[in-house]
Ligand binder design. Structure first.
Ligand SMILES: [Zn+2]
Length: 49
């Protein structure tokens, strides 16, 4: 699971279909498209950056 953080407001979300790449999504807090960056991942095996 990759967790994303809204760059504008710091809201955390997990996007199951996104895998570690920065992306643009609508933020429920900002109520507009914003940039989401990877906050952290909780996978235990074989994740390398
Ligand atoms: Zn936001």
């Amino acid at each position: 699971m990759t967790y994303y953080e809204c760059e504008a407001c710091g809201q955390l979300a997990d996007f199951a279909d996104a895998h570690g790449r920065p992306l643009h999504r609508e933020c429920p807090v900002c109520e507009e498209q914003s940039v989401w960056k990877t906050a952290f991942t909780d996978e235990r095996t074989g994740v390398s950056f």
